[in-house]
Design a protein around this ligand. Structure first.
Ligand code: 3HC
Ligand code: NAI
Length: 694
């Protein structure tokens, strides 16, 4: 049952009922048409109300049906809206909450609309790389005016219904019982003729050309590689310049073009990927979670401070523990300074700043943190230090407290073994700057209890992170993959590239930052420290020595005003460094490698396919639960271009046989040992499948 039909006196009520958000899939569309027909044929019915069951009026077209035959099967949304608009009896949309995309377009096809206050009204299609394709760009300007409609369509942001009171969108904003009011409203308008149709209204905007040109200039600067925002303006323009039916046709053409674009497919992948990441097959959503009312953080360094801010922002009290007063004072002062900077930028009020700082306490004593519901350790990346901290936590924390580690590479199972309660231990890997980056890798140890995992997943939502579960391995999902990417970047330097060429090629591909600029930002010493450990633990792995030579020169990056690039004090702009470039060329000569010209295509392939191949291993080993989880890690934590959908999705769009062919070619080159194709990649390529195929 996807829409219920009931007659209440002289009013027929069609209730959309297609959980979770009453998406207008094929079955629902058919049920609406059927309901309108039945109501028109029933002599006792004088008016029709369309409303939604559950948490939405309608979230719009069913995105899951896009690019499937169901999307085009009759009745299409266009047909449904036509049937509604041409109904001989008045149709009233009664909107109690979410009314978005095709849901709003359906409402705009009704003769009247009434809404409860707080209902979320939006045409969010642009966020999925498309535009409203069922009349939204033609009808919304006719009821709310050109400017407001353009803003809503280009931003995709929801507007609460009460803010739209007074426009022709709503006949009434209902304060009381919407269902009852809808029946009364229907009775009131039952005999009124002619029936009002939005299509009959005109968009009146003197000098619309100048306004639209201004909008185009503004939007062009913000749209980046995404075609949809500018196409939205083209479509809205048609509401002023074309007859209604011509405008509708034009909108349809633009919609069909956009829905096929790789950018839109990538955005839809990310939309579902984000939601899929929160689902853990053996930990159902109703798993009882532990209550988190207070947090302790160990270590007030780079990560500890940022981690604390997440909880303060969410209104949860935090106590930070440090070894020395000086380090504690410095960490607390950095947090305050970050908030003050936000205040200077107008993003935070003094009152909010005081509120947040009021929730923060510092201590040097473990006695002060024993009652915290969760403790997050962010001390040095050294197993011996982690051991000391976790043994102490085991002694002092109350029973049932969650013991989390922010380690970026170390074995969470080993960390858990330092306690007598490994079931309470979990990895929470934040990304720097931890108060800004969306990603939280949640590392599930062998013994982590299900309710601990459920609690941390829930907590990640509360602090507005994208939580992605990873199994235990060196580097987890993200850093294990980036290691292969960085290795390739190093080899490219030995073979003929300079840092600037690599960075430019990767940034042109769409990464926020190339590997060398990123290294300078994060600190080249971090990788150096990890490599030194690896030289001992995994002597068979080869690395380019250039990064070590750089660190031996003391060039750790922006923090030393010198890294792969030169920096002027107080300026983050990188300048190519003659000294470093000479070092790179000399190193090639020392190795006896003849430097060659390397194309941007080779640079991008080697870096991105290194990610993909390692991602395939990670997927096969079950470290990641699904390919889209890997994509979410890269989209939200590593600046992978959103319009390419993440490394695994990108590989699918290139075609896995093509990726495999390139990898096999590189396997025959220098450092071919880095290019053993992952068995899963080879298998899927042979089967003609993609990583993200269901
Ligand atoms: N189609 C299919 N499924 C949808 C959907 C849609 N339009 N919108 C949301 N869902 C699903 C989600 O995938 C999720 O499913 P899951 O529980 O299986 O993971 C579930 O609904 C709940 O979604 P959220 O977790 O996002 O729930 P919230 O309550 O936080 O938000 C929402 C609800 C505001 C509707 C939000 O989901 C949203 O913004 N959805 C997208 C709406 C949208 O873009 N609509 C336009 C569709 S395109 C269109 O209409 C084309 C037309 O112009 C022709
Ligand atoms: P940091 O060196 O900036 O801070 C560590 C802090 O811990 C210092 O202030 C130090 O005084 C304190 N500390 C050390 N031993 C302690 C102890 N026994 N008790 C209390 N405090 C102690 O280090 P950073 O960068 O914040 O890293 C912390 C952890 O986070 C590491 O495990 C690291 O691998 C991880 N991480 C780091 C990221 C980064 O980009 N810096 C990103 C993600 C994770």
């Amino acid at each position: 049952m996807t829409a219920e039909y009931k007659v209440n006196g002289s009013v027929a009520v069609i209730t959309l009922n297609n959980p979770p958000v009453n998406g207008l899939g094929h079955a629902t569309r058919s049920a609406i048409v059927q309901g309108i027909k039945q109501a028109n044929e029933d002599g006792a019915v004088k008016a029709i109300v369309i409303t939604g069951a559950g948490k939405a009026f309608s979230g719009g077209a069913d995105i899951r049906e896009f690019n499937t035959p169901k999307a085009l099967a009759e009745p299409t949304l266009h047909t449904v809206i036509n049937v509604v608009e041409n109904s001989e009896k008045p149709v009233i949309a009664a909107i109690h909450s979410v009314c978005m995309g095709g849901g709003l377009e359906l409402a705009l096809g009704c003769h009247y609309r009434i809404a409860a206050p707080g209902a979320q009204i939006a045409l969010p299609e642009v966020k999925l790389g498309i535009l409203p394709g069922a009349g939204g760009t033609q009808r919304l300007p006719r009821v709310v005016g050109l400017e407001l409609a353009l803003n809503m369509i280009v931003s995709g942001n929801p507007v609460p219904s009460e803010k739209l009171a007074g426009t022709k969108l709503f006949s009434e904003i209902v304060k009381g019982d919407l269902a009852q009011d809808a029946l009364e409203f229907a009775a009131k308008v039952a005999d009124q003729r002619p029936l009002p149709k939005v299509r009959d209204l005109k968009v009146d905007y003197p000098n619309h050309e100048a306004f639209l040109q201004f909008s185009r200039n503004t939007v062009k600067a913000m749209a980046g590689p995404f075609p949809a925002p500018l196409k939205c303006i083209d479509a809205v323009e048609a509401s002023v310049t074309k007859k209604f039916d011509d405008g509708l046709k034009y909108e349809r053409e633009l919609f069909i073009d956009l829905v096929q674009t790789p950018e839109s497919k990538a955005l839809r992948h990310a939309f579902f990927g984000e939601r899929a990441a929160s689902k853990i097959p053996d930990v159902p959503e109703d798993t009882p979670a532990r209550e988190i009312k207070s947090v302790a953080v160990i270590g007030a360094g780079t990560m500890g401070g940022g981690i604390s801010m997440n909880f303060l922002n969410a209104g949860i009290p935090v106590t930070i523990l440090e070894m020395k007063q000086e380090a504690l004072d410095k960490g607390m002062a950095t947090i305050r300074k970050n908030y003050e900077n936000s205040m200077k930028k107008g993003k935070l009020t003094q009152e909010k700043l005081d509120q947040r700082m009021g929730l923060l306490k510092g201590t040097l004593s473990y006695e002060d943190i024993g009652q915290a519901d969760i403790v997050i350790e962010a001390v040095f990346e050294d197993m011996a230090v982690k051991e000391q901290v976790f043994k102490k936590l085991d002694e002092v924390m109350k029973p049932g407290a969650i013991l989390a580690s922010n380690t970026s590479t170390l074995d969470v199972n080993k960390i858990a073994s330092f306690t007598k309660r490994p079931q309470d231990v979990i990895g929470t890997h934040f990304f720097s700057p931890a108060n800004v980056m969306k990603l939280l890798e949640i590392v599930r140890g062998d013994k982590t209890a299900k309710d601990v995992l459920a609690t941390v997943m829930k907590l990640s939502k509360k602090i507005k992170k994208t939580g992605v579960v990873s199994g235990v391995c060196d580097g987890f999902i993200g850093n294990r993959m980036i290691e292969q990417y960085s290795r390739q970047a190093g080899f490219l330097l030995e073979e003929g590239c300079l840092p600037e060429q690599v960075d430019k090629a990767v940034e042109k591909f769409g990464f926020a930052m190339g590997p060398f600029r990123m290294g300078d930002l994060a600190g080249n010493d971090v990788g150096w420290y990890i490599r030194k450990r690896r030289y001992v633990e995994k002597p068979n792995i080869t690395y380019s020595k250039t990064a070590d030579l750089l660190c031996e020169m003391g060039r750790f990056g922006q923090k030393t005003s010198a890294g792969w690039y030169d920096y002027k004090p107080g300026d983050r702009k990188p300048y190519p460094s003659q000294l470093v470039n000479d070092m790179i060329v000399k190193h090639s000569a020392d190795l006896g490698v003849e430097r060659r010209k390397i194309s941007d295509q080779e640079i991008v392939e080697r870096l991105v396919y290194a990610l993909v191949n390692e991602g395939a291993h990670i997927l096969e080993e079950g470290i990641a639960m699904r390919a889209s989880d890997i994509d979410m890690v890269y989209l939200t934590g590593y600046g992978f271009p959103l319009f390419r959908g993440g490394p695994m999705f990108y590989a699918d769009t290139v075609g896995l046989p093509n990726v495999l062919m390139a990898i096999e070619k590189y396997a025959k080159g220098r450092h071919g040992d880095a290019w053993k194709p992952a068995p899963l990649l080879a298998k899927l390529a042979a089967e003609g499948k993609g990583f993200n195929d269901k």
